[in-house]
Design a protein around this ligand. Structure first.
Ligand code: PHE
Length: 345
């Protein structure tokens, strides 16, 4: 009988140890079968009780019962702990975001048309040795107007329907990218070759070809002995590359901008037809940019001596160029966030 008592004690110690060690549901199930199963150790001990006398049964029976109850409750508790751990791990695993997981049929985003057209323009100008320059969209009256030879009393200010910043008398949303001409001269000096894509603003009613927020690309080239011929050759090379047309022709008309002298407008031969189409309004030419030789006043404001250096500048509407290239008929689509439009680029 004593050996049975010892056996009960030993079983209890081993069981407690085993349950503590169980790290998953399977090992816990093995423990249940080993101790509480039909041929398990506790069941076998219970069987052996039958062989004992009544006296002995009274002594050992309660011990065995305790062992069985203790085994069952330890087993249950451990099961709950393991289940909780498992759930926590699972929640953690789902929280973890694996960026390398391959997801087929996922809708991919596309580059915005601005990004596309600016990258093309950037490629062409950088291949010609131009650097990209930037300037602030909230600009001072000085850079937007005065330094560009447009003093406050100048009638040319009427050309630019300016959005002024109400709390600051001399601040505005730049009406063109030309203020970056003077900023680039100040920052980089001469000789200089920069192009400036950027957002511009005008207080205007919107329609299919006008928006109060649009973009321009400015070009500025300064060196010794720069002439109109360089301007024409550069615009021809740029437009031919952009439209992938070999014998694109340039047409120059006299125009007026206070910051260039002489001032010009540059048109290019329609890349889509030879006899006249709706895009070139049957004229064979498309009007695109303002340009000219940089006015001496502007060079001086930029800290460059007009007796040594000369330069040309040009500016055109980025949306207008993209609309011609891609056959887009409404400028408002650029900021419309219409997926059916944006997805095409
Ligand atoms: N800034 C002018 C405009 O917005 C365009 C231009 C740029 C004209 C450079 C001449 C030279 O109308």
């Amino acid at each position: 009988m004593n050996s049975l008592k010892d056996e009960i004690q030993k079983t209890k110690t081993e069981l407690e140890h085993a349950i503590k060690q169980a790290s998953n549901e399977e090992s816990l199930e093995t423990i249940r079968i080993t101790y509480l199963g039909r041929n398990g150790r506790i069941t076998t001990l219970m069987e052996s009780l039958k062989k004992l006398s009544l006296e002995e049964k009274r002594l050992v029976g309660p011990l065995l019962n305790d062992l069985k109850l203790c085994a069952e409750s330890l087993w249950c508790e451990r099961g709950q702990v393991l289940m909780h751990e498992h759930l926590c791990q699972e929640a953690k695993r789902q929280e973890h975001f694996d960026v390398t997981v391959y997801r087929p049929n996922t809708a991919l985003g596309s580059l915005h048309i601005y990004t596309h057209i600016i990258r093309q323009i950037e490629d062409i100008f950088t291949s010609m040795g131009y650097a990209r320059a930037d300037g602030p969209e909230i600009e001072t009256e000085y850079y937007n107007f005065d330094a560009l030879n447009i003093p406050a009393i100048h009638p040319a200010r009427d050309m630019y329907d300016t959005i002024w910043i109400s709390d600051f008398s001399n601040m505005l949303l730049r009406t063109h990218t030309s203020p970056v001409q003077v900023r680039a001269m100040e920052e980089r000096g001469a000789p200089l070759a920069v192009f400036v894509p950027g957002r511009t603003y005008r207080h205007e009613a919107t329609d299919a070809t006008h928006d109060f927020m649009f973009s321009q690309v400015e070009g500025l080239f300064i060196d010794k002995n720069v002439s109109i011929a360089n301007l024409i050759a550069t615009s021809k090379a740029f437009l031919s590359a952009l439209f992938e047309v070999k014998d694109l022709a340039i047409r120059v008309r006299p125009s007026y901008f206070p910051f260039v002298e002489p001032g010009l407008e540059i048109d290019f031969s329609c890349p889509f037809c030879t006899t006249g189409c709706s895009l070139c309004k049957k004229s064979g030419f498309i009007e695109l940019m303002g340009a000219g030789l940089v006015h001496p006043h502007v060079l001086r404001c930029g800290g460059i001596d007009p007796d040594i250096y000369s330069g040309f500048a040009f500016g055109f509407g980025l949306e207008r160029l993209a609309m011609i290239k891609y056959g887009i008929n409404d400028i408002r689509l650029f900021h419309g966030n219409k997926l059916s439009f944006l997805e095409q680029f």
